[in-house]
Design a binder for this molecule. Structure first.
Ligand code: ATP
Ligand code: MG
Ligand code: MG
Ligand code: MG
Length: 582
């Protein structure tokens, strides 16, 4: 049924809301799509809800198409599963916590890995039941430190979260790929310009992870991209969360205990070479060293990450550091290292910045300060994050998160050497290979072919459904208002009737019915007391893709069709109206 402006629950605003920092926030409030209730908490008005539902439909269709099955969890959750996974604590202030009348503790779900793992544990018991993919489109709660930009970063928001369950890494790879492909279709249909960037798994745990970032100046995510080979990574990608690190799986346990407590450059290098004996490894020095992180402890107890990775390029490092590299330190280290590590063939190893997470990306880094500091060696190798020689809880306190070094435009692409560009984006989707983190914590196991219990391997995949509404507006607006892509618009046609002539309004009704009979949805501005100027302004602000104006021209048998995006207008004969609008 057509929406009629005379009765629609809508009031557009001429003024920008005082708290609006970005165009999407400003326009969605002014055009009557959303209303603020409290910081980061918004009401969806009728027009807004229509758009939100359209986004949901696209997401739902693409999830169903890969065989994922929809279900719905409560948002109000008991704390126990989140205690078992460790996230009751890890999430810290970001969780909304509450308790019932008996004092039992609850939370409002920020994301649902635990609940999905538990429901599968509850119902399935055999490898024959897998693979499985299930999802929900649901309201999430996070007490964001800085809710901002309207629904871009809400404290209550709608997310599609899916989870895959497999018994092998190959199965996980397949499930991950299916979701990745589905996400490409979703973000294409939503009309985004986006990039897929490498991403670390953040608080989630796990190994492979990519983000879908809508390119946007107002985005909170910074990423680097290579215009030559297409390499792209979130600058956050080099964050290495330490507390839930586990011993490196490929090393004999002896080496785990062997890390010198206070290494000098020499003992450090010795340690690395013992930890990665060349004859024992099928991987190269580059493979292993890229994942090694050295923590530097200052006399006042503060710690700082240093990285050891690939041989670097002295000029690049100097440019990056904006300083001369100390040749004495570098030479001493180079000499020692080349003597011990024939796999390294480049002529320079020196101070640098923490690089990207690309396989060849983290360059050799040794800060001169390490000579007098106390260093811990940690490593991260696929799958998951690992610590060599290092006991979490004993050697680390605090959140132990290693901050990304600043990446600058002009830094070189770790993949092809071309100059990197820096850009900003909005995180629209995030896919993770979780591995066994949640399945282990919650005891999700199934019987394999030989009757043994094996831990299920999970993937998790999120789309910011409500965020998408705002992000689409960020990329689709002009000074006058929103310009919806057709698939998301609250209606296909915005029909504006002007003047006082009854015939105009009668014709408007007829045209509305005819358009609807042809499968189009219509927003009909049938208001009698409102001036044409105000109606035109509203139609531009609201942003329906096709605007049809019926007015004075009707007497001569003509109406006007306007394309909201191009601004192009044309007059057509009334007899051709429906055909021209379709
Ligand atoms: P961000 O980096 O923006 O805080 P996130 O990495 O914490 O997002 P995920 O846990 O990966 O978010 O959640 C999956 C998706 O949910 C994100 O890709 C994003 O699109 C959406 N999302 C996350 N937080 C919010 C929020 N506060 N408001 C709206 N959407 C959000
Ligand atoms: Mg977040
Ligand atoms: Mg993020
Ligand atoms: Mg994320």
């Amino acid at each position: 049924m057509a929406m009629r402006m005379s009765s629609l629950f809508l009031r557009t605003l001429r003024e920008d809301p005082a708290d609006a920092e970005v165009p999407s926030h400003r326009l969605l409030v002014r055009a009557g799509y959303i209303r603020r209730v409290s910081p980061g908490i918004y009401t969806w008005l009728p027009l807004g809800l229509k758009v939100l539902r359209r986004v949901e439909t696209i997401v739902r269709e693409e999830m169903d198409a890969i065989g994922s099955q929809e279900l719905l969890f409560p948002a109000l959750l008991p704390k126990e599963p989140y205690e078992e996974s460790g996230r009751w604590t890890d999430y810290g202030d970001n969780i909304f916590r509450l308790h019932d009348r008996k004092g039992a503790e609850y939370l409002l779900g920020p994301t649902h890995e635990e609940m999905f793992a538990l429901v599968v544990k509850d119902l399935f018991s055999s490898y024959k039941d897998l693979p499985l993919a299930i999802y929900q489109i649901q309201t999430k709660y996070r007490d964001e430190a800085r809710p901002r930009a309207g629904i871009l970063r809400g404290r209550e928001f709608v997310m599609k979260d899916s989870y895959s369950f497999d018994t092998s890494k190959a199965g996980l790879d397949k499930s991950y790929q299916l979701h990745r492909d589905a996400y490409i279709r979703i973000f294409d249909r939503l009309g985004f310009h986006y990039v897929i960037v490498n991403a670390m798994a953040g608080a989630m745990g796990g190994s492979k992870s990519e983000e879908f970032l809508a390119t946007a100046e107002n985005g909170e995510d910074t990423y680097v991209r290579c215009p030559s080979c297409g390499y792209a990574a979130n600058v956050e990608a080099v964050r290495v969360p330490v507390p839930d690190a586990v011993p490196y799986a490929g090393l004999p346990p002896a080496h785990v205990e062997d890390t010198p407590d206070t290494p000098t450059i020499d003992t450090l290098v010795d340690h690395l070479n013992t930890a990665f004996p060349r004859e024992d490894r099928s991987w190269t020095a580059a493979d292993t060293l890229k994942n090694v992180v050295v923590m530097l402890k200052h006399p006042d107890g503060t710690r700082e990450p240093l990285a050891i990775g690939l041989p670097g390029d002295r000029e690049v490092d100097e440019k990056r550091l904006g300083a001369q590299v100390d040749p004495a330190v570098v030479e001493a280290f180079d000499e020692a290292e080349f003597a011990r590590n024939p796999a390294l063939t480049k002529g320079y190893i020196g101070p640098g910045a923490l690089g990207s997470d690309h396989p060849s990306g983290i360059r050799y880094l040794l800060d001169p300060r390490v000579v007098s500091g106390t260093a811990w060696v940690t490593g991260a190798d696929e799958p998951g994050r690992h610590v060599i020689g290092l006991v979490a809880g004993r050697d680390f306190e605090g959140d132990g998160v290693i901050e990304a070094a600043e990446v600058r435009a002009g830094d070189l692409c770790p993949s092809c050497g071309h100059e990197l560009e820096i850009a900003r984006g909005i995180e629209m989707g995030h896919i993770f290979q979780l591995g066994t983190k949640y399945a282990e914590a919650l005891g999700l196991r199934v019987l394999d072919e030989s009757g043994r219990l094996v831990t299920v391997i999970m993937g998790s995949y999120g789309v910011g459904v409500s965020r998408a509404v705002a992000a689409v507006v960020e990329g689709n607006h002009d000074e006058a208002g929103i310009i919806w892509p057709r698939e998301l618009a609250p209606a296909d046609v915005h029909l504006v009737a002007t003047g006082k002539d009854d015939a105009v309004f009668t014709f408007g009704e007829e045209l509305t019915r005819e358009l609807e009979a042809n499968g189009l949805t219509v927003l009909y501005d049938d208001r009698r007391q409102v001036s044409p100027g105000v109606k035109f302004k509203d139609s531009e602000l609201i942003g329906v893709p096709t605007i049809v104006v019926v007015g004075r021209g009707l007497a001569d048998g003509r109406i006007e069709i306007k394309d909201r995006r191009s601004g192009e207008r044309r007059e057509v004969a009334v007899a051709d109206a429906v055909r021209e609008i379709l």
